[in-house]
Ligand binder design. Structure first.
Ligand code: FAD
Ligand code: UDP
Length: 373
């Protein structure tokens, strides 16, 4: 059969586009993923003990976009959840992002917010131009806090020193002089009530969408007949690495179930300096599930493996631009998503990007129209 669209990848980018094209534009879609499941990296499932875990590490939904929120709310109810993270530093579990309590407890001070602002002023090292992930932190909180909370974590996570990474990586983590210990300050913060996979199931179950799992697009492309292609896998792989490989950072997930009901005080504890892993996640504290046992995941950063993180560095951005130029000259082929556009995007940003592409594909006027139609 000839499809209007083949979509490669059933993560957020691919599933949003499949849903819109099938249900709103009446297009026929073949949605392919090489993994045996939908949801991409946001996939969650019950493990053998019946605990809901995130197979590819903790996914916390947060957004400032009412449009994205309204769009996804068609497919799931939500559980209110504000994410809080502690970092294990010098034998204590301290709030990260760094806030008033972090500094007072770490050094035994009793600063007020105003005093902390002055303290940051005195220890921050001014930089002419904030270019790197080191500059961001050292200029705000000085070298000691940088070493304790950021340098080790970043070197583990990215395999390079923060001085070699674009400022946008550590800029994701703010510095606060108040006691707000939430990881995010977005207007909407919540988790899909029955999990991400259930939400994806609702998105892609439509008679116009044919789902093909455990199938690599490369293996079957020649046998397929379609008018347009949407590609959400790695853009360099699509072009057979003709300009060389784009670096991606990978992770090894060590999932464990413990015979105790409670493991750590919050859902995520970061380990900036100790251990080979960067963080431990305890899922019940994200999902609200009650269970006599508890499941946790250790994340071990890796150079090789599934591509999870585009690496924001100037030379990688330059290499991506070469692929992007090639992509722009393809007819009826569109690249979208974290891997398709080599961007360190959160889930909501990928949803917004996919809705924008849909709007372009069908020539619609406004994003608002896309959601309400
Ligand atoms: P993906 O989810 O990667 O989907 C791409 C899909 O394409 C994959 O399923 C892949 O199997 C498939 N594919 C690739 N090549 C082929 C091929 N040749 N043939 C067939 N299929 C193919 N975001 C947040 O907002 N909050 C968080 O807390 C958060 N935590 C994260 C934690 C980790 C450890 C990671 C790695 C990411 C996290 N993210 C988080 C980011 C989030 O995972 C992404 O923004 C989102 O999942 C990207 O969706 P996507 O569709 O672009 O890509
Ligand atoms: N980071 C850090 N220490 C921390 C938390 C974050 O150094 O305790 C840095 C690190 O470089 C990390 C980046 O900030 O990769 C972004 O953190 P975030 O929690 O957003 O990472 P993600 O959830 O995307 O893995």
């Amino acid at each position: 059969m000839q499809y209007d669209f083949v979509i490669v990848g059933a993560g957020f980018a691919g599933s949003v586009l499949a849903e819109r094209l099938a249900t709103q534009a009446g297009k026929t879609v073949l949605l392919i993923d090489k993994r045996p499941h939908i949801g991409g990296n946001a996939y969650d499932c019950l493990n053998e003990d019946g605990i809901l875990i995130h197979q590819y590490g903790p996914h916390i939904f947060h957004t400032n976009s009412p449009e994205v929120m309204a769009y996804l709310s068609q497919f799931t109810q939500w559980r209110p959840y504000e994410h809080r993270v502690l970092a294990s530093v010098d034998g204590q579990l301290l709030p990260i992002p760094i806030n008033l309590d972090t500094v007072n407890r770490l050094y035994g001070y009793s600063f007020t917010s105003e005093e902390l602002a002055d303290y940051f002023q005195s220890v921050g090292e001014p930089v002419d131009e904030i270019r790197t992930s080191e500059d961001v932190v050292v200029s705000q909180v000085g070298r000691d806090l940088y070493e304790k909370f950021f340098r080790g974590y970043t070197r583990k996570q990215w395999g390079v020193d923060p001085s070699q990474l674009d400022k946008m990586v550590t800029s994701r983590i703010p510095t606060r002089t108040n006691r707000d210990d939430r990881y995010f300050t977005d207007e909407f913060q919540c988790m899909p009530l029955h999990g991400y996979t259930k939400m994806f199931e609702k998105m892609v179950s439509h008679s116009n969408i044919h789902l093909l799992l455990s199938t690599d697009f490369k293996e079957i492309n020649k046998q397929l007949s379609y008018k347009e292609l949407i590609y959400t896998g790695p853009i360099d792989e699509y072009f057979d690495y003709c300009y060389g490989k784009l670096p991606y950072r990978s992770l090894r997930f060590d999932h464990q179930t413990l015979e105790v009901s409670d493991y750590q005080p919050v859902s995520v504890v970061n380990y900036p300096n100790d251990h080979a892993y960067t963080r431990i996640t305890e899922y019940k504290k994200l999902t609200g599930q009650e269970h006599p046992k508890t499941s946790i995941t250790f994340e071990y950063p890796q150079g090789e493996g599934d591509p999870y993180y585009p690496v924001p560095r100037p030379e990688n951005a330059a290499l991506y631009r070469q692929y992007k130029l090639l992509a722009e000259h393809q007819e009826n082929v569109y690249f979208v998503g974290r891997l398709g556009t080599y961007r360190y995007y959160n889930m909501d940003q990928v949803v917004a990007q996919a809705l924008t592409l849909y709007k372009k594909l069908v020539g619609m006027e406004s994003l608002q129209e896309t959601i309400q139609s």
